[in-house]
Design a binder for this molecule. Structure first.
Ligand code: GLN
Length: 438
């Protein structure tokens, strides 16, 4: 039963503590998040037999809070994809329609929750990988503010962009899991205490037991007086059926007392291009560590060390190789200013657009994905089409902002996700608004 949609790569258990706020909760963990004694493959041949000697901070926090890990979920290889089809372990199917993809790269995590194979799942979101599969599978996914959740034990794809985030059936359950995994970690120097940050922990929600923020308390559905910005740029070019469903959900927020206003994010048209330059550049550097010496697969060549290294890296799939080549090119002497430096400029423009928008609005609403879930195989030979599907999710990663995808309804029987983005460390407002959409 648990393998009906190929949501899991490995089904092994880590029992939780008996006590704690998540006692009795089952959790599925994306297979790029380290689990002591349980193999962590990143969906790759390269790490097919790699067993980490320690668990990620987020895994320890969940089991300390009483949750039981039930397995490691399928994913696009090293998080590189939007469909879970680049996994070396075969594609995951979408429980809403098994002929369609579950989204990616955390497709196994979203499918496990949608199919009832886990209560909560962890994904990682570098450019949309929690929100995209949540939208395609009809569940809730949170991409926290950069620095809210520890990345210790997460196998890096593009460190300046990514965060681990929870996926669940309801906003409240996802928020509850976020409360458990959030907060500073001495093993990740980029983490911050949200209560010490301006705008974080606005005092509406009770402090959690350990002094952290109780994000579930913010899921009260009270949007009276909340200002929702609607940026035209994130609706242009989207599938009409998606636009209609999302507009209905926004109208429903208005009916509940929210105020909606048009807002503009002029630079987001550059977001997906900037994202793919920055993400592939960071990936080309991060994936250099898979050299056959320290981790995972090793091809022993009689020739010399260079040959061994080259042959070892044959274990990467074609999408991963494409990205390493793209990133290496973008960082090369002579091209650096033309690509990487320009992408960093665009990243700054996107960040400023959001800052200006948040002077007037509390949250920004849009479709999570501009398209309905692809049919299996449909986008595999067309990487550019797959990359462009990340147009609405990548801006929040570039600007390091909190974002959530919540089910807005269905179009042609397929789930449609509404995305809400908020100011840094203000996940409470994002969670509050999302809870009114359900
Ligand atoms: N689809 C995007 C990519 O392929 C996002 C992936 C992610 O967030 N890990 O890079």
């Amino acid at each position: 039963m648990a393998t009906e949609y190929n949501a899991f790569i490995t089904e092994e258990t880590i029992e939780g503590d008996e006590d704690g706020p998540l006692a009795g909760t089952t959790v599925a963990v994306k297979d790029n998040i380290s689990t002591e004694g349980i193999r962590t493959t990143c969906g790759s041949e390269m790490l097919a037999d790699y067993v980490p000697p320690y668990s990620a901070t987020v895994v320890d926090r969940l089991t300390d809070a009483g949750a039981t890990v039930v397995g490691k979920t399928n994913m696009d290889e090293f998080g590189m994809g939007t469909t879970t089809e680049t996994s070396a372990f075969g594609p995951t199917r979408n429980p809403a329609d098994p002929d369609r993809v579950p989204g990616g790269s955390s497709g196994g995590s979203a499918a496990a929750v949608a199919a009832g194979e886990a209560d909560v799942a962890l994904g990682s979101d570098t450019g949309g990988s929690v929100r995209c599969p949540a939208a395609f599978c009809g569940v809730v996914g949170i991409k926290p503010t950069y620095g809210l959740v520890s990345r210790y034990g997460l196998v890096a794809y593009a460190n300046s962009l990514e965060q681990i985030g929870p996926i669940a059936s309801t906003v409240e359950e996802a928020a509850e899991a976020l409360s458990v995994i959030a907060g500073p970690d001495p093993n990740d120097g980029t983490t911050r205490d949200p209560t010490s940050v301006d705008g974080g922990g606005d005092g509406d929600a009770d402090a959690g037991a350990d002094g952290g923020i109780d994000y579930a308390a913010a899921a009260d559905g009270d949007v009276d007086g909340l200002t929702v910005g609607v940026p035209t740029e994130l609706f242009e070019g989207a599938d009409e059926r998606v636009v209609e469903t999302v507009e209905d959900a926004i109208a429903d927020l208005e009916a509940q007392g929210a105020e909606t206003t048009e807002t503009s994010l002029p630079s987001v048209e550059h977001a997906v291009q900037a994202y793919y330059v920055i993400a592939t550049s960071e990936a080309s550097s991060n994936l250099a560590r898979f050299d056959g010496v320290r981790y995972g697969h090793r091809a022993d060549s009689d020739e010399n060390w260079n040959e061994s290294f080259a042959e070892t890296r044959e274990a990467f799939g074609s999408e991963v190789k494409r990205r390493i080549l793209l990133g290496t090119y973008a960082l090369s002497a002579g091209y650096h200013d033309e690509y990487y430096a320009k992408a960093q400029d665009a990243r700054e423009w996107v960040r400023q657009d959001f800052e200006e928008a948040f002077a007037d609005v509390d949250v920004i609403a849009s479709p999570t994905m501009p398209v309905l879930p692809f049919e299996l195989g449909e986008s595999l030979d067309d990487p550019l089409r797959m990359y462009l599907a990340d147009a609405n999710t990548t801006p929040a990663n570039l600007a390091n902002l909190p974002a959530i995808s919540v089910p807005a309804g269905e179009a042609d029987g397929l789930p449609v996700g509404l995305q809400l983005v908020g100011p840094k460390f203000d996940e409470e407002t994002v969670i509050r608004a999302a809870s009114a959409v359900e």
